[in-house]
Design a protein around this ligand. Structure first.
Ligand code: FAD
Length: 500
């Protein structure tokens, strides 16, 4: 891609966001443009982003990363979905598996046929029709088989768990080899142009001035340029997503190696469990209004599967997003742009879409407000859709008698989300925009998994007899089960990918 007027790009920050940006830009941008990344060894990265969603595979392909090499470099494992434990009632669990469920028909989506029989008490849970969920529950894994025709084996949809610190290190190697210049040191000031307030330069502790045409702010929660220099403002969503603290601690691995993330609800939040090859990543996300840090830490430490490998690390955050992700000549990517808790592993995805959107709207002819507005509108829509999906998990809890969960169950929710829940409850309809991240099957699994029951189903389903639908569903269930049984264990599959 030709860069036109942008000759110097400065990336501020070398966490996952900074190095993903550097890797993508250095892979896709040419024409003598200089890319410089500035990071401070004294200011640590967040580095706990370890669980992802399937779209990361497209990003890795875009920047030329081989999947097996990526697994070796990052101690990665495969992820088929997320298990939610105790989110509805204590003792109940469900899996939100990636990918399709059953086979959609010309007349109606698969889940509409399932709804009809499920409502009549003649079909088991929806998980039986998902290859991802069935494989996950059996600790099985393989990549989608491209040569298996109409078999569910071609439907397997995977993401990864990985060590975010190792990923950033790996991307740094790739980026530097492609000409990205890294500068280590602390940024202490920002110089704004007098006429239009654009950022002209950043100033390092040693007095060096680094000028740029475009600044990508990847400085983490600080938002050094987007907030510190440009005072863009932040939209706070903590009344809908009240968790504002996290404690992270790795522990020793245990067998079997699960091919999914686990999210277990506790009294004022939830705990993540992310299995990597060399350790398990754990963390407790909680609300400081409802729990003290000491209690939150003790819950986490008492619920580890292996011996802790480090001291627990306490983090604070405010859920929400920057009012404008792109302001003047600064684009905020990663935590500098906003943060929503890792319940559905969406932060690294937002980094990725921020980068690809910036490349699509690149200001090669200079800064145009229409481009900037369009970038910001798309970013806002993306954040809002993910936000609603996360709120759904909290709103639909049945953990009665726990103040945090009572608050979440009774809170007012965005009208956009209320409408989606109402549509599903009345007719089993799931309505979403075509470019939204989470699919109908994602919404179905979470709404149903958290106990929301549809009263109806699509009337076109009635064009087929009940016996015909029953035979169709039974066949899908049977084939999915046999395919999952046929797959290797997750551990076996990882070993085959990582063999030299
Ligand atoms: P950071 O990692 O904070 O990096 C900031 C960089 O800016 C650092 O290099 C720092 O040195 C530099 N910097 C800052 N100030 C200065 C300065 N003055 N001078 C020079 N350099 C400076 N995402 C997922 O996708 N999946 C998950 O499972 C997941 N779990 C998470 C759990 C928690 C509790 C949190 C908080 C986040 C999680 N995330 C997850 C998000 C993920 O960790 C981040 O989106 C990702 O790591 C990107 O972070 P970042 O690069 O924006 O910021």
């Amino acid at each position: 891609m030709s860069l036109g007027l942008v000759k110097n790009i400065v990336i501020v920050g070398g966490g996952t966001a900074g190095w993903m940006t550097a890797a993508a830009m250095s892979a896709l941008i040419s024409n003598g443009c200089k890319i410089r990344l500035v990071e401070s060894d004294e200011i640590s990265t967040i580095g706990v982003g370890e669980a992802t969603i399937p779209v990361i595979r497209g990003f890795n392909q875009l920047i030329g990363v081989d999947e097996n090499e990526f697994l070796r470099q990052t101690q990665g494992t495969f992820k088929l979905g997320i298990e939610f434990v105790n989110w509805s009632k204590q003792g109940e669990s469900y899996i939100h598996g990636f990918g399709v469920i059953g086979r959609d028909q010309l007349l109606a989506k698969f889940y509409q046929y399932w709804l009809k029989l499920y409502q009549a008490g003649k079909a088991p849970g929806v998980e039986h029709y998902s290859i991802n969920t069935m494989a996950a529950s059996m600790n099985k894994f393989m990549r989608a088989a491209s040569d298996s025709g109409d078999s569910p084996l071609s439907d397997i949809s995977h993401a990864f768990h990985f060590d975010a610190g190792l990923y950033a290190k790996y991307l740094r190697g790739l980026s530097e080899a492609r000409g990205v210049r890294r500068t280590e040191g602390r940024i202490v000031d920002t110089v704004l142009r007098a006429d239009d307030g654009f950022v002209e330069a950043i100033v390092m502790e040693n007095g060096e001035r680094i000028e740029g045409d475009l600044f990508v702010d990847c400085s983490g929660f600080r938002g050094l340029l987007i907030e510190g220099a440009l005072k863009t403002g932040y939209e706070d969503w903590s009344h809908w997503l009240p968790c504002d603290r996290a404690i992270a601690v790795p522990c020793e691995s245990v067998s079997p190696l699960l091919p999914y993330t686990r999210a277990t609800a506790h009294d004022a939040g939830w705990q993540w469990r992310i299995p990597l090859q060399h350790r398990i990543g754990n963390g407790h996300v909680y609300s400081s209004k409802f729990m003290e840090p000491e209690q939150a830490e003790s819950i986490l430490m008492n619920n580890l599967d292996g011996k802790p490998l480090a001291q627990p690390r306490h983090l604070k955050f405010t859920t929400g997003k920057r009012k404008r992700a792109w302001n003047k000549n600064v684009v905020a990517i990663g935590l500098a742009g906003g943060f929503m808790e890792p319940l559905e592993s969406t932060s690294i995805h937002l980094v990725q879409t921020g980068i690809t959107r910036l490349l699509m709207m690149f200001p090669h002819l200079g800064y145009d407000q229409a481009d900037i507005d369009s970038f910001n509108e798309a970013t806002d829509n993306e954040y809002v859709a993910i936000r609603d999906f996360l709120i759904l998990h909290y709103k639909l809890n049945a953990r009665e008698g726990k103040p945090f969960w009572d608050y979440c169950r009774n809170m007012e929710i965005p009208a956009t989300l209320q409408r989606r829940m109402d549509l599903y409850r009345s007719n089993g309809r799931i309505v979403r925009a075509s470019d939204e991240l989470f699919t109908e099957t994602s919404w179905l699994q979470v709404m149903h998994g958290q106990g929301l029951r549809a009263k109806g189903y699509h009337p076109l389903v009635d064009q087929r007899s009940e016996a015909d639908i029953a035979a169709f569903l039974a066949n899908v269930k049977d084939v999915v089960l046999r395919c999952a049984e046929h797959m290797p264990t997750h551990e076996e599959y990882i070993a085959s990918c990582c063999a030299a």
